[in-house]
Ligand binder design. Sequence first.
Ligand SMILES: C[S@@+](CC[C@H](N)C(=O)[O-])C[C@H]1O[C@@H](n2cnc3c(N)ncnc32)[C@H](O)[C@@H]1O
Length: 287
Amino acid sequence: MAKKEKDKRKKAKRGKGKKPGCKKPKLTAKTADAHDLYQHSVQEPSVDVDIIDRVFRRENGRRPLSLREDFCGTAFISAAWVKSRKDRTALGIDLDGPTLDWGRTHNIEPLGAAAERVQLLEKNVLDVTRPKMDAICAFNFSYCVFHERRELLRYFRAARRSLTDEGVFLLDNHAGSSTLEDCWDERKFKRFTYIWEQKPVDALTQRGMRKIHFRFKDGSMLKNAFRYDWRIWSLAELRDLAAEAGFRRTEVYAEEFDEEGDTVAGLKRLKRYEHDASWTPYLVCWK
Ligand SMILES: C[S@@+](CC[C@H](N)C(=O)[O-])C[C@H]1O[C@@H](n2cnc3c(N)ncnc32)[C@H](O)[C@@H]1O
């Protein structure tokens, strides 16, 4: 199983049809930039923006304007959010100053005037409740850094307090039986190979290590570019926590993909779903 199977499948198809004659220098472990590789292989901000927009419009009949991107890292989603409409604002929150700095330089400053509509905060997501936003997202399973139920509940409560009355909190879920198992999954991109390593999850704590490595064409390797000590929360646990935190309703959405990684049925609200080996549902929590 790999992180965000669907995105990587789609991304692995990228690069086709590019113009000839603009060859980039060869990437190696020494020259590569881990954030750049991560964004290229793991993230697809336009998909995230689209999902937030669609669920919010379906519920409230208007477009969401303000987004808080929790665990924002390089603020890739915040940048895509303000780019998507002139009246949109974004607040990105992350604990890690150097990662935020990278995002400012590579994702926010290149936006030009739109950069003024993005604010980045070097803070713990547990400690921020203002300003109130239309939407808050915590994507790529980052909330799994919270290992204790009471910690995750505190986070959900803080997120709820940070929403406008029509607001929505969205999370994605690292779901399926294979998330509990050992795994080494490689995915080839044009200039590097992305590797997702999973250690088995401890049955007593539900915790397991995940690592991202990158291998290059010269054989060099960027080992442990990213490491995560995660608790693997189930969708049912997350829904219970959301109810306990005061969210009035939760919904589960998922996209259906074919073998090629192309969407076949679009984003669907699920009523039931048989356990799958690997899938990434979205939990949508309404204030
Ligand atoms: C898996 S990365 C997520 C990057 C990006 N948002 C994405 O969707 O791929 C997790 C990020 O969460 C940040 N982080 C971890 N604990 C945090 C906390 N309590 N508050 C804010 N940020 C936190 C880390 O610094 C790291 O940048």
